[in-house]
Design a protein around this ligand. Structure first.
Ligand code: HMG
Ligand code: MG
Length: 297
């Protein structure tokens, strides 16, 4: 039986915008976050505390967090290293996401370290965050395929997840970074993860490069997964993963799930308001089916 209710983790303000070359005004980002909350989003990645030299779009992370925290939503911010964590400590944010690729080549391009070097740096950081009472999420990139190394061995992904679980993370967000996973691969991996880590929140993060996001999400539902990272308008992509297009669009996922009788808590017409707000500031065309059929212009 499929889950009756699922949680959407909206990644639009972070994954959705980080790949945009043109700087989106901080004020627009704040309004975008507010409109997403109005639409019913309860968990959201707000921004990332990464090097502004590497990702200029996220250079306003501190300002975003200063104005956009609230008590009702789980507000997650990303950090790749100690410097990012220290920047987070100077804010009131209480939920942190760290990120590592299964693939060494990808991890080097993304955070200039091998996977094991990253893990060695993050381990004490995660333990410290947990002692301080933070919610900790680990984003596992290139869990299926890598733009540099090709197919990733399922056991390597499971082993990296295990390292994070043993370190004490609350959540694993397992990502198909370049949108190459097929539904049978998604099903196979998530069944194993669910069996291996029954006490950890398990979230699936699909990029929709080959339009397999919805099919992969359906496969994950069958594996018992009830948490999905999605991005309003289908925006997104990692600047260091060539071929990564946007995340599966929140509105298409919500539409499919609601049609299946699965509760999401998200209001589609209000979601369109959020998308309309950022649309003039992004280079990517909004290509989701729901937007195409229902937007007013
Ligand atoms: P580096 O150049 O090796 O770092 O980059 P460094 O320690 O040598 O520092 C270089 C400069 O950056 C220094 O400044 C540092 O202070 C500064 P300078 O002395 O030259 O003026 N710096 C920082 N500034 C602010 N915040 C920080 C920070 N760290 C260093 N946290 C580094 C290493 C990790 C910093 C860099 O590679 C980086 O920022 N990478 C982030 C890349 C990124 O944001 N990728 C996208 C997010 S992951 C993703 O999208 C995948 C996901 O969606 C799942 C999926 O789909 O797969 C999650
Ligand atoms: Mg991503």
């Amino acid at each position: 039986t499929l889950p009756k209710k699922i949680t959407i983790i909206e990644v639009g303000p972070r994954d959705g915008l980080q790949n945009e070359k043109q700087f989106v005004p901080t004020e627009i980002k704040k309004q975008f976050i507010q409109e997403l909350r109005n639409a019913g989003i309860m968990e959201m990645e707000l921004t990332s505390f990464v090097s502004p030299k590497w990702v200029p779009q996220m250079g306003d992370a501190a300002e975003i967090v200063l104005d956009c925290l609230d008590d009702q939503t789980r507000n997650i911010v990303l950090a790749p290293n100690r410097k990012g964590i220290d920047r987070i400590y100077s804010t009131s944010c209480k939920a942190v996401a760290v990120f590592v690729g299964v693939s060494d080549s990808f991890n080097k391009k993304n955070i200039n370290k091998s996977t094991s070097e990253s893990m060695a740096e993050l381990k004490p950081i995660i333990q410290e965050l947990k002692e301080k009472g933070y919610f900790v999420r680990a984003c596992i990139s290139t869990a299926f395929y890598c733009p540099y190394e090709g197919k990733i061995n399922e056991n390597d992904t499971i082993q990296l997840c295990r390292n994070f679980v043993e370190t004490g993370v609350d959540e694993l967000s397992v990502a198909d970074t370049i949108g190459m996973a097929a539904p049978n691969e998604a099903y196979s991996l998530f069944v194993k993860l669910k069996e291996a880590f029954p006490k950890t929140l398990l979230t699936a993060h699909f990029h929709d490069t080959r339009k397999l996001g919805l099919a992969n999400i359906f496969a994950c539902l069958q594996a018992g997964i009830d948490r999905f990272d999605t991005s309003a308008g289908g925006l997104g992509g990692c600047p260091f993963a060539p071929g990564a297009s946007g995340n599966t669009a929140t509105e298409d996922v919500v539409y499919m799930l609601e049609r299946m009788g699965i509760v999401t808590g998200i209001d589609l017409s209000k979601l369109l308001v959020a998308i309309e707000l950022v649309r003039p500031y992004v280079s990517r065309k909004i290509e989701s089916s729901y937007y195409r059929l229902h937007a007013q212009n």
